[in-house]
Design a protein around this ligand. Sequence first.
Ligand code: ADP
Ligand code: ZN
Length: 603
Amino acid sequence: MNEVKKPKKPLIFYYAIVIGIILAFNLVIMPLFDGNRVKEVDYGTFMEMTENRQIGLVEVQDNQILFTDIENKQIYRTGIMNDPELTQRLKESGAQFGGEIVEETSPILAMLLSWVLPIVIFIALGQFMSKKMMDKAGGPNSMMFNMGKSNARVYVQSSNGIKFSDVAGEDEAKENLSEIVDYLHNPKKYQEIGASMPKGLLLVGPPGTGKTMLAKAVAGEANVPFFSMSGSEFVEMFVGMGASKIRDLFKQAKEKAPCIVFIDEIDAIGQKRDGRIGGNDEREQTLNQLLTEMDGFEGNTGVIILAATNRPEVLDPALTRPGRFDRRVPVELPDLQGREDILKVHAKKIKIDDDVDFHRIARMASGASGAELANIVNEAALRAVRQGRTSANQSDLEESVEVVIAGYQKKNAILTDKEKMIVAYHEIGHALVAAMQTNSAPVQKITIVPRTSGALGYTMQVEEGNKYLLSKDELEERIATLTGGRAAEEIATGTMTTGASNDIEQATKLARAMIARYGMSDEFGMVAFETVTNQYLGSDASLACSSETQTQLDRQVVKLVKAQYDKAKDILIQNKRKLDILARALYEQETITGDEFMAILNA
Ligand code: ADP
Ligand code: ZN
């Protein structure tokens, strides 16, 4: 869920106002009161008045002398002078000494100054502090005045809430969740037979695949309140707050049952308690409280807890055992059809031409998550506005796929002619090697327009349908295609550039996976040396083998990549004439489509 914070005026702005008010007060208003009552006179006047016996009361203070005229009507003020005989003279003048001369300001003013002003300053300070804390805690709550209170937000269901139909694709997940909806509609049916609903469901999948949306849709379909809180909100700065927030959340939920409680990023509190020294005490307390609460209510109270995570492997086993989050609902990246559906759902929100080929866009955006697809549609609308059109079209969508994949076009990147030529050869190298191999996905587009992501050009290959299995041949061809860029550079210029670093990285990763994970080498056979952790977040791989094996493994990887590189180079040398023609065409046009590429190749 993306919440947009409204931009705040800088704090300094408010402080300027407060200081301004205080200054105005002192400079303009105070003298008005003051001026009537206390009159500033010089010491000479004071002495004169003393001599003339015109002084009623007098009070000598540390830094000033206050005195009144004989009728005690006007108060005067003058400075102090080194005047040892002053007391004597004053006494002779008949003035009365007294501490009664108070520079009384009006009672209202006095109250304002002594009470209201400090309070105003105090509150301002308090707000400032709490804002600071809020920023740290990342929540919309002011901790200062809201200690121990849960900030579970209540989304009471309204008729235009999110429904399953708003979530495109994800049919398995929806099917899984529709049972919950049915239960919330008609709990009797389940109770009669003695079945109890799972208390908790874990939505598991990569970021941006619609987990939050699905949870909201369950509440929307079942027409029940939706409480949502993010795991990270529980783990805050005051120890013990997390546990009390959990208690509070469940208390509220039980009052509003039947309802859905949604805990996003549950891994923030639900990580394995591994007894590490200096572990996060706060998190463990919070987790324990969550476990206790989940045990504490019966299966049939109508409170269903949904939680989302993209790191299911780090969750504490106590959390995933039966009776707690015992059901796991995978929410995977959408397949081709799913992508097309998601694009269509979001395209309804913008003005778009009727002849847009969503299937084609979905094919181009392989591997994109729902959130990215939503972003692609929005980018297309933005591009249409930028170009002064009133609806988005096919080219807007295609360009925004590239924007989301490779970043914006870099308008002012200036490549020298020589660099541009090298990039053209590099990209044609990829495309030509891909095209000359039988199992490789067809080339969709080649471009040498630099992107903000740093790519100087790229070759887009698109599979026709969904691909679930990759054969050894296909993987090898992929590596060959990746090395094709550098190979073409070498053939054209006889030297190497830094432009191939990303290709090299990918080729190495693939080769290593083939040997260490997919068992595709003769030497090692079906032994896994590499295991994947963090499956949904970029798939880090960790190696587990002896150092000798590792040495051998590295050698195998080098051998494999080298063989494919040689193959790519052979292909390019055999087709040197085509390579030159195509590179020149790309150099001149900067972007050529897959069809244009094939036409030149087959000419
Ligand atoms: P997650 O919680 O899995 O990280 P969200 O549910 O917050 O993802 O999804 C983020 C945004 O992506 C949603 O607001 C929605 O616009 C879009 N989105 C993701 N998946 C889908 C989908 N299956 N159908 C339609 N929109 C989707
Ligand atoms: Zn490349």
